[in-house]
Design a protein around this ligand. Structure first.
Ligand SMILES: [Zn+2]
Length: 86
């Protein structure tokens, strides 16, 4: 009789753990939306400064004749050096 009681108890535990997994899957589905929003910042295009080699986002870079630059000072310094050599 004790064995039968233990079997019912184990069956009840398996049933309850299965019910928890079913409820958890619907909760994790809503969490995927927040993960996609954070991924958009990570996929930003990076460019390297032609003067110092510093990597900056393309949206914040200074486009010049010699390429992309991290700041206006490096752009003018790079163009001044090339103008002086030529
Ligand atoms: Zn630079």
């Amino acid at each position: 009789m004790k064995f039968l009681l233990l079997l019912i108890l184990i069956g009840l535990i398996i049933y309850l753990s299965g019910a928890r997994k079913g409820g958890g899957s619907s909760a994790s589905g809503s969490g995927q939306n927040s993960g996609q929003g954070a991924g958009q910042d990570a996929t930003q295009v990076m460019v390297s400064c032609a003067q110092c080699g510093l990597h900056v986002p393309q949206s914040e870079a200074y486009p010049g004749r010699g390429g992309q630059f991290c700041c206006a000072a490096h752009r003018s310094a790079y163009e001044a050096r090339h103008n002086g050599a030529a």
